[in-house]
Design a protein around this ligand. Structure first.
Ligand code: MN
Length: 146
């Protein structure tokens, strides 16, 4: 797993964002509300020592029947999961980050184009799907009907 893109985009002398990775292996789930040039929600799932990440332009769905675009973004260090703060103006992603939801997740399926997870957050609870619908980085994120 590579954090090179994450590092390349940021000047760690200027941004308050954490650089270091955590050795801890876990199943962290977090959604950070990021009030950047466009408000969005960053979904992050800890996997193999990094946070797999997607930017969701609208509020993540609490119930089934709502599908949200989720644009895959670069892997983030695990330490990022607890980050809240204001990214300096002029830096990549400038704006305020707050933790909107957090908890853990269990993987039911993790394939190249389909991820099914059981999310145990404060807001999001239950089975969720991520389905890639373009060869590139566009996914759909929605709560699954049981
Ligand atoms: Mn963001």
């Amino acid at each position: 797993m590579s954090l090179e893109e994450h590092k390349r985009k940021r000047d760690f002398r200027k941004t308050p964002e954490p650089l270091g990775n955590s050795a801890r292996r876990g199943n962290t789930y977090v959604i950070q509300r990021h009030e950047a040039s466009h408000l969005h929600y960053d979904l992050r799932l800890e996997k193999e020592g990094v946070l797999k990440s997607w930017a969701i332009p609208k509020e993540p769905p609490l119930v089934s029947g709502v599908r949200r675009l989720a644009v895959q973004t670069e892997d983030h260090p695990v330490a990022y999961a607890t980050f809240q703060g204001t990214i300096t103006e002029g830096e990549y992603g400038a704006g305020t980050v707050v933790i909107w939801d957090s908890g853990t997740y269990i993987t039911e399926k993790w394939e190249e184009k389909e991820i099914v997870i059981n999310i145990m957050g404060e807001k999001l609870k239950g089975l969720y799907c991520l389905i890639a619908f373009r060869p590139d980085k566009n996914w759909l994120f929605f709560r699954k009907k049981r």
